[in-house]
Design a protein around this ligand. Structure first.
Ligand SMILES: [Zn+2]
Ligand SMILES: [Zn+2]
Length: 382
């Protein structure tokens, strides 16, 4: 079908030509994505107007069709010709995002990956990275650098747990498939095949009978074990960064400043500040700003942002691990960027309707704010 793009002010346009740097919004939705499957298989009366659009409007023409939050930075190096592609987050819907937007914008590869955190909607597409890497049956390719904090690395490595229980003098049960839910201090295990949850205090370095394998052991493993067959998997070069505004790093020639923010009071997620010619901050998962982070991106602090890309989950009220629109708009008034685009929306948001409301708010407050949408491409000097 015709390649169309909806700009934030609602105009349809052909994909732009590709000179210069640009930001491509690969996904602008919440973890469960939009349409919400429940709205289609158990429709309410009347049906959810946002989700039911997905049955009649093709995704490419439906700004309310939202995959997991993810941003692709098309960075045009100073020679004006060489493009590097930096991908922020690789969520559950990554494959669909590649099929739709990499082909439309002729993105041939990803040169670096940056992870904000290790939740499913930020990392569960990592397996599909192999699809955008050169093909080698023996995995003999240059690995793609992937930047993440040590905490995310450890946590990304934890999903399958093997636990041995001594049930009697001669019986040792080895139980696999434990579902791991944890805070830093303890594991709450819902252990198959038992239905009741078993709570075990166990620091990561504790001495309990827990052997922590890894969510993606085959993506982290450097060498094959003896007798292990070669299987083609994504080749990644894991690089640890610090979640500290003072500790910037460079990915594919572009400097990034980590922006630690609270994503629930028990969890720190990273946003990122980048760009020399334009200052852009990307913050996809936030429930509260840490003062030092807010300073770095505020007009009254280290300087006004040209663009702030910011989380907003629901239209009303508040949520324990994300900003909703009232907190997002309050934060925008404090931070005062020149322009803001909102991401992470649920099906509560109706793109055109809510952008009309935001246009009115923008006129009143003097900060240009709109909802982003999947496939939005913003040319941006970086
Ligand atoms: Zn819905
Ligand atoms: Zn998250």
């Amino acid at each position: 079908m015709a390649a169309l793009n909806l700009t934030p002010n609602g105009d349809w346009s052909s994909p732009p030509s590709m000179p210069g740097s640009a930001l491509i919004f690969l996904g602008t939705g919440c973890s469960s994505a939009v349409p919400n499957a429940r709205c289609l298989i158990q429709p309410s009366d009347p049906p959810c107007s946002v989700c039911s659009q997905a049955l009649s409007i093709p995704p490419d023409q439906n700004p309310n069709y939202r995959c997991n939050t993810s941003l692709l930075i098309d960075y045009c190096q100073s020679d004006g010709n060489t493009h590097s592609y930096v991908l922020i987050d690789v969520g559950k819907t990554f494959r669909e995002q590649v099929l739709r937007w990499f082909s439309l914008y002729k993105v041939p590869r990803v040169d670096s990956i940056i992870l904000t955190h290790e939740h499913a909607d930020a990392v569960l597409g990592l397996d599909d990275i192999r699809a955008i890497q050169p093909h080698s049956p023996t995995n003999d390719i240059d690995p793609t650098p992937i930047y993440l904090t040590e905490f995310a690395m450890k946590r990304a490595g934890v999903l399958t747990i093997e636990i041995s229980l001594c049930a009697g003098p001669r019986t040792s049960l080895k139980i696999f498939k434990a579902l791991w839910i944890s805070t830093q201090e303890e594991f709450l295990l819902d252990i198959w095949p038992f239905s009741s949850a078993l709570k075990i205090c166990c620091p990561l370095a504790g001495s309990y009978l827990l052997f922590i394998a890894e969510k993606f052991p085959y993506l982290v493993q450097k060498k094959l074990k003896e007798g292990q067959e070669v299987r083609r998997v994504a080749q990644l070069d894991w690089r640890i960064i610090e979640g500290n505004c003072e500790k910037s790093f460079v990915a594919s020639g572009l400097q990034f400043v980590p922006l630690p923010v609270m994503h629930g009071e028990d969890y720190i997620c990273l946003g990122f500040l980048f760009g020399q010619k334009s200052r852009v901050a990307y913050i996809s998962d936030v429930s509260r700003f840490i003062a030092s982070t807010e300073y770095v991106i505020s007009k009254d602090g280290a300087g006004q942002l040209d663009l702030l890309i910011l989380d907003t989950l629901y239209k009303k009220g508040s949520h324990n691990v994300h900003f909703c629109l009232p907190q997002t708009l309050e934060a925008l008034k404090r931070i005062c960027p020149k322009r803001a685009l909102l991401i992470g929306m649920t099906h509560e948001f109706d793109h055109h309707k809510d952008n009309d409301f935001l246009a009115e708010w923008s006129r009143r407050e003097g900060i240009q704010v709109q909802l982003a949408h999947d496939g939005l491409r913003i040319p941006m000097e970086l």
